[in-house]
Design a protein around this ligand. Sequence first.
Ligand SMILES: Cc1cc2nc3c(=O)[nH]c(=O)nc-3n(C[C@H](O)[C@H](O)[C@H](O)COP(=O)(O)OP(=O)(O)OC[C@H]3O[C@@H](n4cnc5c(N)ncnc54)[C@H](O)[C@@H]3O)c2cc1C
Length: 269
Amino acid sequence: MYTFDYQRPGQADAAVAALTANGDAKFLAGGQSLLPTMRLRLAQPAALIDVTRIASMKEIRVSGDTVTIGGAVCHALVAANADVKKALPGLADLAGRIGDRQVRERGTIGGSLANDDPAACYPSAVLALNATVITDRRRIAADDFFVGMYETALEPDELITAVEFPLAERAGYEKFRNPASHFALVGVFVAKRGSGADGVRVAVTGAASSVFRAKELEAALSKDFSVASARSVTVSPDNLNEDMHASAIYRAHLIPVLAGRAIERANAF
Ligand SMILES: Cc1cc2nc3c(=O)[nH]c(=O)nc-3n(C[C@H](O)[C@H](O)[C@H](O)COP(=O)(O)OP(=O)(O)OC[C@H]3O[C@@H](n4cnc5c(N)ncnc54)[C@H](O)[C@@H]3O)c2cc1C
């Protein structure tokens, strides 16, 4: 490591002001992605602005037809929260299967979304559930948030303060996990929110450079929200990742299989 300044403000606006004042500074949440990057010298921020003591970013609220998770809430707390488990069990289930116990105690939803790892789990829930990312200055619809590999619509000094998820009739996630990290080789989140346009949304992570909606699965599941319907869909391997872990053809094969398993999980809650 090398020397850097460290600040731990108690308010979101103070965190943004500290980041702006320090020029080459970064927000620090759970540190699960940022600190390894710093150890490898891939990032060398002059200052870290720790956002994990900002009380308003640590709240979980279930009210009306939304679940709101504060930007600095760790995965373990989402997984264990009784209200989230009741209102949106698919989301709690996803959080409870991120990484290992230590990662879940430290990693946060805001850090995960800002980092936008192409194999991360939360982006698929945000996109499939049509969530809204709330920042210190605006609300960003899920469809506009994920821009590309490790790239989001966030400005460099923009702080994710919360994420607002609408409830769903049924929602579930399944991943084919990397056995070492538990990141998704492919992960699929399915959400059924109604029968109209956008009533069923399916988001895929791990398979391409960024999370994406699987429109062919959405079309099939809008007509028939069943395992058989998911399995009947053929996904093209074009533009899917090809690496030492899996070929594009294998990833394409996994997408409808995992969509079917995600429906099974959703039906079991
Ligand atoms: C061994 C291991 C296994 C993992 N397995 C999985 C897995 O199975 N599934 C999965 O989804 N993830 C997995 N992760 C990722 C982990 O869950 C974290 O979500 C992720 O590393 C980032 O969250 P963090 O809170 O640690 O962010 P940090 O590392 O602190 O920050 C990451 C980036 O986000 C920025 N940032 C942080 N908070 C905010 C905010 N509120 N607003 C704006 N910018 C912000 C930081 O400046 C930094 O650029 C794994 C990580 C490790 C180390």
